[in-house]
Design a protein around this ligand. Sequence first.
Ligand code: URP
Ligand code: ZN
Ligand code: ZN
Length: 459
Amino acid sequence: MRTLIRGGTVVTAGDTARADVLIDGETVSAIGRGLEATADRVIDASDRYVMPGGIDAHTHMDMPFGGTFSADDFESGTAAAAWGGTTTIVDFAIQDFGESLQAGFERWMAKATGKAHVDYGFHMIIREVNDQTLGGMDALIGEGVTSFKLFMAYPGVFMLDDASIFRAMQRTSDNGGLIMMHAENGGAIDVLVRRYLDEGRTEPINHALTRPAAMEGEATHRAVALARLAGVAVYIVHLSSRDALSAVVEARDRGAAAFAETCPQYLFLSQDDLSRPGFEGAKYVCSPPLRPRDHQEDLWNGLVQDDLQIVSTDHCPFDYKDQKVLGRGDFSKIPNGLPGVEDRYTVLFDGGVTAGRISLNRFVELVATAPARMFGLYPRKGTIAPGSDADIVVFDPAAERVLSASTHHMRVDYSCFEGMRVRGRPEVVMQRGEVLVAGDQFHGRPGQGRFLKRGPFPG
Ligand code: URP
Ligand code: ZN
Ligand code: ZN
């Protein structure tokens, strides 16, 4: 099957040019002006941008958390991703206590196989560091799982001590893996949580007040210092505050290989949302928490200056009606996480490019090219170039719409961007040469997405 995308403006991280794109089978075969090619299908991209399919390097489909599971599984969550212009996700497999990393990986493979609409890879969450799991890291790298998330928060659930973190980091200096860090000081936060609950301060806003930005800054500083000592790179996930950003900037200025992502919720929402009337604030509970609005400008600057390299979603949806309510009367029991996999591409385009904060090319870099490079998928994914997978979004920058749970495709009963008016719409979404979305039509099939064996960290 040959497809010609004609007359659009092709945007990559490096270039913007009027050009046609020829796709032969699963890959891009040619890019050029006025391509004279016979094709089985022609897509008119006049007045449209032709951009790489998004790569969301931080999702949690079908994830157990707080006595429940995130509401999207690999079928519903990847369909929503495709609707939103994301054609690759990297999800987090989890090691159970007493279990090998391999067993955790296989469990997540079983969750995704036959269900995913878009291509997917896995990071591995390590809960226990010992000789067996360190060996398991090496083995997983051979399987294409080349990044490992560690937690400095959630004592008794995910949190590791500094010695364990340092051992895992040292291992990546030998095996080519990358440590991804959830950087919040879980010990201090836990003390605050208990005190607030003892004082009867149970509403959702207290989730934010007991997880202050200073404790994200402290943990980020510690993570970066440990990585420097181990002589390895570190990647801070879901960075939310200027305190954490300062720790990253300071390290990078000293030449450290410190990298970080932020997420749309930290760019567009704020701590005020946790104070919404009644129990509504529970919809906005995630960790790290949403910050006071004045942190947002620092995060945008971080994206402009490349102190933040990637925008991922941390998509981890829980229904308001039957899941977030688990924390009514005790904010610490509200399942942590927000929906976002469908919205990222457009809200970053609208709030970033249209609002004049970032260039078109930087947008593509943040949502596709940088995640591909960071997580061993480039140049197969993350760009439009001869030989690359034909994962392509034909994007209408002028289409106006209002984001809402009543129209989104994520399997969750609310939108944290409810009522937000945006410009921009992924009009045609292709994965490896097949059309997943065309206007209002969905053509994807469960099981069409393939597992991606990722390469080692390039640094
Ligand atoms: O609140 C969040 N972020 N939930 C998902 C788990 C995590 O820490 O990424
Ligand atoms: Zn986390
Ligand atoms: Zn997460």
